[in-house]
Design a protein around this ligand. Structure first.
Ligand code: FES
Ligand code: FES
Length: 180
């Protein structure tokens, strides 16, 4: 980047629950902002062109490819990255536990994107079935696992086919162990 070619824009947004006010250049992507400026390197850069899903984060509830998302557009929005999923005491999110338990992680490069896409899906549709999970993860590529374990991991967290009594526990904010 050479000085003077790009415009600085003030943005005010929420990142993993923290308010962030800063200037961004109008040619930055959200991925550059997260990784290179804020140091949130859990979000990965694969293709850089919207093809692999490694850079998936959640913006205002929707899974987006951060590599295609213009940084200035984050103004006024809420972004959640993989760093924002575990609790402050280190307790992993149910999806993170499921990926570990079901063997949905090998090299781990695709994992943050897979988990963020899965979270956006289950937040929207807690009872997502296998076809819905596959459809939702179609834009997330994995070179290692063959996808079976990944789909199994997300299915294990979905409420699809689970008992009603456990659904109530989930809806009232119960821990993941109560719904599985
Ligand atoms: S790095 Fe964004 S989709 Fe591949
Ligand atoms: S675990 Fe290696 S790319 Fe998915």
């Amino acid at each position: 980047m050479t000085g003077g070619e790009f415009m600085s824009i003030e943005v005010d947004f929420t990142c993993n629950g923290n308010n962030v006010k800063m200037k961004v250049e109008d040619n930055w992507t959200l991925l550059y902002l997260l990784r290179d400026i804020l140091g949130l390197t859990g979000t990965k850069e694969g293709c850089g062109s919207g093809e692999c899903g490694a850079c998936t984060v959640i913006v205002d509830g929707d899974a987006v490819n951060a590599c295609l998302y213009p940084a200035p557009e984050i103004d006024g929005r809420e972004v959640l990255t993989i760093e924002g999923l575990a609790k402050g005491d280190g307790t992993l999110h149910p999806l993170q536990n499921a990926f570990v338990e079901k063997g949905g992680i090998q090299c781990g490069f695709c994992t943050p994107g897979m988990i963020m896409s899965s979270k956006a899906l289950l937040d929207e549709n807690p009872r997502a079935d296998e076809e819905e999970i596959k459809h939702s993860l179609a834009g997330n590529l994995c070179r290692c696992t063959g996808y079976v374990q990944i789909i199994e991991a997300v299915k294990s967290v979905s409420l699809e086919g689970k008992e009603e009594i456990k659904v109530v526990a989930w809806q009232k904010g119960g821990e993941s162990q109560e719904v599985r």
